[in-house]
Design a protein around this ligand. Structure first.
Ligand code: URA
Length: 255
């Protein structure tokens, strides 16, 4: 029988990183208490060894498994990254019969888009059947960054004052926006990073400062980015990407 791993001073992951029970709880294995029981019952391994309570792990390095199933690789969950083209609707079904993002990816198992992009917005969209991850990525309190490239109509350069307004927050009809990261990339192109995800938020923010958005492309969701995925193409997230998301969720659980 394999023995519980003990704290090993040669193993950096033993003294740094997140507590294992917090990581498991963040991944939806149950309450912190339930996860402590999983560990105490010897059902959790780290790098192949049965883990003991209080063990710290680095999700990007350590291989954690529950009942022999590596976390981040649960066979019942799928994670697709789609480069949504313009004109495709990001709901699960459209009463008007327009093409939707779920028409592009495999039908089974059934997946749902993680948040929404407007019909005329392009770029990265995740689809999954993992409800915990969806909640984490979309709930405003989690503060997960989403980055966009914005092409403005009429080739303007934003003034310092306009950049500052966007960065500090502008007043929209549903309240002020939270501070954003904003940078002028070239004439007419601006990058903006927000973490709220309100309806048509980026378009409305630019409207307030007097600019029309001609093209809006999402280029990053938290740690997930891909400059090579063609519009309309999709792929599964890699294990490294899933681990990066798990890492973000575990970091959130620590707060
Ligand atoms: N902001 C918008 O205005 N539209 C989107 O689709 C996403 C963010």
């Amino acid at each position: 029988m394999r023995q519980p791993s003990t704290t090993d001073s040669n193993d950096p992951s033993a003294s740094e990183g997140e507590r294992l029970q917090k990581v498991l709880a963040a991944l939806g294995w149950g309450s912190r208490r339930t996860c402590e029981d999983l560990i105490a019952d010897g059902r959790v391994t780290v790098n192949g060894d049965v883990a003991e309570l209080g063990r710290r792990v680095d999700i990007l390095i350590d291989t954690i498994a529950v009942d022999g199933v590596p976390i981040g690789a649960r066979p019942d969950f799928v994670y697709y990254l789609l480069n949504k083209p313009r004109g495709v609707i990001s709901t699960a079904s459209d009463p008007q019969g327009r093409p939707t993002v779920v028409d592009i990816v495999p039908l089974e198992p059934r997946v749902f888009p993680v948040g929404r992009l407007d019909g005329d917005t392009e770029g990265l969209l995740l689809l999954t059947n993992d409800g915990e991850l969806t909640h984490f990525l979309t709930h405003p309190s989690k503060g997960v960054e989403k980055e966009y490239v914005v092409l403005l109509r009429g080739n303007p350069r934003l003034t310092d004052g306009q950049l500052r307004r966007l960065r500090d927050g502008v007043e929209l009809e549903d309240g002020p926006t939270a501070p954003a990261k904003v940078g002028q990339r070239s004439d007419s192109t601006v990058s903006i990073t927000i973490h709220e995800g309100r309806n048509r938020q980026v378009r409305r923010m630019f409207e307030v400062i007097g600019h029309d958005v001609e093209r809006l492309v999402r280029t990053r969701i938290g740690p997930i980015t891909d400059t090579r995925l063609k519009p309309g193409a999709w792929r599964e997230l890699s294990l490294a990407e899933r681990r990066a998301l798990i890492q973000a969720m575990a970091g959130d659980a620590r707060r």
